[in-house]
Ligand binder design. Structure first.
Ligand code: PMT
Length: 400
């Protein structure tokens, strides 16, 4: 069933950023309704939110045109989550003291779902002890605060008070909605992205991995309540909030990080695209151009997954990936066995919507005695499926 998110927009310049948030959340298959303070309407029109959310945007507590005379109660009952974005110093003060003098503050008090606040204001207003005390009160009341950022503010001051990045707010919302305790007390170790094998200080050999698959698994694991360590090659995507990040460059660095971290992990997932070979030598200086042909000598990199498979402890569950361009199931099965994995995810580079850089994947899911072909799904949905399967495997292992 679709989850209902109620966004309360209050009167600050960052109100326009709530438009992006609503638009982005709508694409996540959520029901979004927006309520605004009258001051917020000075910055953005309710019509914009109505258009983006597909629902009337309510402003007035006593709107005579509204068929529902107690819309603040109906909205509060409807919401699975209420979020104030941006939340001004004034509205923050009201909602921590139970003041209900407009639709937003009254509805917020009536809500019995989880509550989030994304403050945005001038740095001096933010740092004022009154606001700091109100923020502390909000935390005591279990409202989740999405901390503002430090930056250049609309008033030309610089400091803390800038609305958190919209993507971070979105992630916090999704995290709060999806959060479950399935993997409570589990430590999940994931590798992601490519490795870069240096030729000289300027050049390297690498591959097309964007890190999206490994990062999506990390987000899924966090949402399922796990402690997550993400060992990442060089990528251009934001780190999942809450994951312990270890950044590496080469396969050898990834090997060292994975060896060390694997000692503490319950589930280990190798989604990284690790270079099988590296140049036999890294030149200390930039290799100079010359007219002559050049031959590059390559030597094998350590096979990280094979090492983990060989050294895994009794109750540890290990999942590998296989990236193939032909005979996917055959090669994936060979890798499952050779690297002593409990689970192997095969994806085929030649299929549209699968593999590198996409937001979706189409995979075969191989266990020791079975193979399943999954339909196209998002990389995060695949993450959930992988983690659920690892949990089943762990429970089976414990029975033996
Ligand atoms: O990052 P994205 O753009 O989202 O793309 C996702 C992905 C395609 C990179 C990912 O889904 C994937 O398939 N990752 C594994 C790619 C790969 O290296 O496949 P492989 O068949 O070469 O290796 C098999 C397994 O051994 C993998 O789990 C790999 O991490 C591991 N390996 C490989 C070589 C090596 N030296 N050490 C390893 O641990």
């Amino acid at each position: 069933m679709k989850k209902n998110v109620l966004i309360g927009v209050t009167g600050g310049i960052a109100a326009y950023k709530a438009l992006d948030l609503v638009s982005s959340l709508k694409k996540k298959d959520l029901q979004i309704k927006v309520m605004m303070t009258k001051n917020a309407c000075e910055f953005v029109s309710p019509l914009s939110f109505r258009t983006l959310s597909g629902h009337p945007c309510e402003v007035d507590l006593f709107d005579k045109t509204n068929e529902d005379p107690i819309s603040h109660i109906s909205l509060a009952k409807w919401a699975d989550l209420v979020v104030l974005v941006p939340c001004t110093a004034n509205v923050l003060a009201k909602v921590v003291h139970g003041i209900c003098d407009d639709l937003v503050s009254t509805t917020f008090l009536a809500c019995h779902c989880p509550k989030m606040i994304a403050p945005a204001m001038n740095v001096h207003m933010y740092e004022n002890p009154v606001t700091q005390r109100n923020l502390a009160l909000a935390k005591d009341l279990s409202y989740q605060i999405i901390e503002p950022e430090v930056g250049h503010l609309a008033c030309n001051d610089t400091g803390k008070g800038k609305l958190a990045n919209v993507k971070d707010i979105e992630e916090a919302i999704l995290h709060s909605l999806c959060h479950n305790d399935q993997l409570n007390h589990k430590h999940v170790l994931i590798s992601a992205g490519p490795t870069q094998e240096a030729l000289d200080p300027v050049r390297f050999i690498s591959n097309h991995s964007s890190g999206k698959q490994g990062y999506a698994i990390a987000r899924a694991a966090l949402n399922m309540g796990a402690k997550v360590t993400l060992v990442s090659g060089p990528v251009n995507i934001p780190a999942p909030k809450g994951a312990a990040m270890i950044f590496v460059q080469s396969a050898e660095e990834m090997f060292e990080a994975m060896k060390e971290q694997s000692l503490k992990a319950d589930y280990i997932i190798m989604a990284a695209a690790v270079a099988d070979y590296r140049p036999s030598q890294k030149a200390a200086e930039k290799i100079k151009k010359s007219a002559a042909d050049k031959t590059l000598q390559m030597i094998p990199n350590p096979d990280i997954l094979a090492w983990i498979g060989q050294h895994k402890k009794e109750n540890q569950v290990v999942c590998g990936f296989a990236m193939e361009t032909s005979d996917l199931d055959k090669h994936a099965k060979e890798k499952l066995e050779k690297k002593n994995c409990d689970l192997l995810i095969g994806n085929n580079l030649t299929v549209e919507g699968a593999g590198f850089k996409t937001d979706t994947n189409i995979v075969s899911l191989l266990k020791k005695d079975s193979i399943e072909h999954l339909p196209k799904c998002t990389k995060e949905e695949l993450g959930i499926r992988i983690l659920e399967t690892m949990k089943e495997i762990e429970e089976e292992k414990k029975k033996c």
